[in-house]
Design a protein around this ligand. Structure first.
Ligand code: ATP
Length: 675
């Protein structure tokens, strides 16, 4: 083991070194944040440390030169020397005055820049894995919570940079002063050289311990913060009021908060024993030092100049700080920076994210090195990616695919064999929890199969470049996102590279049947879709769903060949659903389409329908074929159609316009008739 490796191993062997380790890690990081500011910080620290030590020496010489100057007069050589020394001491004092605010400004700026840099780095890291398994990993989420607070949280590493600008010069000044004291008494100098680093080390360890305990509560605090955000946010606002949930939420929040914070409060201050031990040691060494200096001066062993120098050196050696807020800030470097960098590395470039697997592997899984081989890993981490333009040309095949979510005991898909031919539409139906959405997530490459393969034109999806494959996929998720952004972004984000293309935006909006709505908004495509912003509007659930469909259609126009629609009509009214149903062939023309729906009126338009149950295909065929089969599909279809038909007379009598009255004639009645 080399010396460098031994030093690196120290933190593991002796946890106390963690505290000190954070500082060099932070220092190494700073040039990446800003070379210029880091250089200025370095110069500022050195000057702030060196100027007082130089002032100590020059003041001593000045005091020593005064008797000769008094004897010889100001015109004598001794007088000139005294004047020169006076000017030099004055210059040093002025320089100290100038450097101090400069250092403060630089360290504050660099601190803020460091927070921004780390925030950017983690945002990029969290977005890096091709899959989404890491977004459900409590350990990763606990780290991510830290990042959310980087700009505002009390433990932000930027404060550690500010702390460095204050603490480092004081440490260096103490070091320099201790060296000066070596000339007075080697053992007094040595005592200081040993005592102050020990005191600093002990206190840093204490601050770190408190910080680590606070950090360790991240998961528990996340729960409390969730409850708080539910209470404050608009998402649950309606239900909170209707059901009178606020009191319950406040109680639950307080309980979660106190449970999370109680261990932190218990140890929020450094232990008394360490605090009194450290300050007691400093007091004792001071007593010995000043006592010895006074005794030597009284005995006449020291010149006036020497007394002046050593007195100031003793003041200098006491100027190091170990107990104030800036020292507490330093521990933030050790608490947060290595964790942020570790998160970046864990989600990072070469290795990618490896989701933990659940305790019980699926039977038959090959286990190697603590991980189930072929387990739910990010597709991004798989080697030798190949390009994917124009795929699929022949089709996508689930080849014996078993899938289980990370940390889950249940298999969502179980030995699934299914082919989706290129250029055709396939509808997937099945009861809640049958595995339909899980299948979509695998198709998008958001998870990889636990076992089996997903083949695109015969090639394992795992061997394709994940980003290039996703360019081929346009998807409307069941739980699509509602971005509080202008309409143009809500649609254009389907293919950000083309988001500026007005013609494509309009075409996508038209295809999704939402162009008229967009044009009627106060600022058209520039209207922000959120009432939380001035001039913004909110949309109904169905309008939102059509905006999300427009996003998928925008991706299709940008070149995506595989269109996935997961419950595309769930929030649509009868007319809108009927319109979509009519235009289904137009929307899906030339595309490989995978449609998931509980609405059989939409499903029956697909070329082929499969019924999923217990993670596998149980029926497969055309609408007519499956109806003739009289199995699950026929049962579900008939149930839905008959329920609608039962309702029809009542609604007719009430004067409502029936779906069958619509110009398109689609939906339930049609289903009944065809059935
Ligand atoms: N993120 C997840 N982590 C763990 N388990 C999950 C996750 N998402 C779904 N599951 C589980 O996987 C199984 C299949 O869920 P999936 O969402 O694929 O069903 P679905 O057929 O789409 O259901 P629905 O018709 O209700 O949308 C269910 O048992 C569900 O609890």
């Amino acid at each position: 083991m080399t010396l460098a490796e031994r030093v690196r191993a120290l933190p593991r062997r002796w946890p106390g070194f963690e505290s000190i380790r954070g500082i060099p890690i932070l220092l190494r990081l700073l040039p990446s944040v800003s070379r210029r500011q880091s250089a200025l910080l370095g110069v500022g620290v050195l000057l702030t440390a060196a100027l007082p030590v130089a002032a100590v020496a020059l003041t001593g010489l000045l005091v020593g030169s005064i008797p000769d100057a008094v004897r010889g007069g100001l015109d004598s050589a001794a007088g000139h020397r005294t004047l020169d020394l006076l000017v030099a001491v004055g210059a040093l004092v002025v320089a100290q005055r100038l450097v101090a605010p400069m250092l403060r400004a630089v360290s504050m700026t660099l601190g803020r820049e460091t927070d921004r840099y780390l925030q950017d780095r983690v945002l990029a890291a969290v977005g890096r894995p091709g899959g989404i398994a890491h977004l459900e990993d409590p350990d990763i989420l606990a780290h991510v919570r830290l990042v959310k607070g980087l700009g505002a949280d009390a433990q932000r590493p930027g404060l550690a940079v500010e702390g460095l600008g204050y603490v480092l010069p004081s440490w260096l000044q103490a070091l320099g002063s201790a060296v000066v004291l070596l000339f007075f008494s080697w053992w007094i100098g040595l005592l200081w050289l040993v005592v102050w680093p020990i005191v600093v080390f002990a206190m840093q360890q204490e601050y770190l311990r408190v910080g680590e305990i606070g950090y360790g509560r991240s998961d528990a605090l996340r729960r409390a913060e969730y409850l708080r955000d539910v209470a404050l946010g608009p998402a649950a606002g309606k239900e909170i009021r209707v059901w009178g949930m606020l009191g319950w939420l406040i109680d639950a929040f307080e309980r979660a908060w106190y449970t999370a914070m109680a261990p932190v409060w218990k140890v929020r201050s450094p232990r008394g024993s360490v605090l009194f031990g450290a300050s007691g040691a400093v007091l004792a060494v001071n007593a010995v030092s000043y006592g010895l200096l006074g005794w030597a001066a009284a005995r006449g062993d020291l010149s006036v100049a020497a007394v002046a120098i050593y007195t100031q050196a003793l003041a200098g050696v006491n100027s190091y700080t170990a107990f104030d807020d800036r020292n507490v800030y330093l521990s933030y470097a050790a608490v947060t920076v290595p964790k942020v960098l570790a998160l970046d590395a864990r989600l990072g470039g070469s290795g990618g994210y490896s989701a933990p697997v659940s305790a019980a592997p699926v039977s038959g899984d090959r286990v190697s090195g603590g991980r189930v081989s072929g387990g739910p890993v990010s597709v991004a981490e798989l080697p030798r990616p190949a390009a994917a333009p124009g795929l699929p040309r022949h089709g996508v095949r689930f080849d014996g695919v078993t899938f289980r979510y990370p940390r889950s005991e249940r298999t969502a898909l179980c030995g699934l064999d299914l082919t989706i031919p290129a250029g055709r539409s396939l509808a997937i139906v099945g009861e809640n929890g049958a595995g339909k959405t899980s299948l979509v997530k695998l198709l998008c490459g958001l998870y990889a199969p636990t076992r089996g393969r997903l083949l695109v034109d015969g090639n394992d999806l795992a061997d394709l470049d994940p980003a290039a494959w996703r360019d081929q996929v346009a998807v409307l998720f069941q739980d699509f996102a509602r971005y509080h952004l202008p309409v143009r972004d809500n649609i254009g984000l389907g293919a950000p590279a083309y988001a500026h293309d007005e013609d494509r935006l309009r075409l996508a909006a038209r295809k999704a049947g939402v162009l008229h709505l967009v044009e009627s908004l106060p600022h058209g495509f520039d209207t922000v879709l959120s009432r939380e912003y001035t001039g913004g509007v909110d949309l109904s659930g169905g309008q939102w769903q059509r905006i999300a469909l427009a996003r998928a259609m925008f991706a299709v126009q940008a070149g995506a060949r595989l269109l996935i629609l997961d419950e595309p009509t769930a929030a649509l009214d009868v007319r809108a659903e009927a319109e979509l149903y009519e235009r289904f062939l137009e929307l899906t023309e030339g595309l490989t389409t995978c449609l998931i729906s509980h609405r059989f009126s939409t499903v029956r338009r697909a070329d082929r329908i499969v019924v999923l149950a217990d993670g596998g295909v149980v029926e497969d065929g055309s609408h007519e074929g499956l109806m003739d089969l009289g199995g699950r599909y026929a049962e579900m279809f008939t149930l839905q159609a008959s329920r609608f038909l039962d309702e029809q007379p009542a609604r007719s009598a009430g004067g409502h316009r029936l779906p069958s009255d619509t110009s398109t004639g689609a939906t339930g009645e049609g289903m009944g008739t065809h059935a």
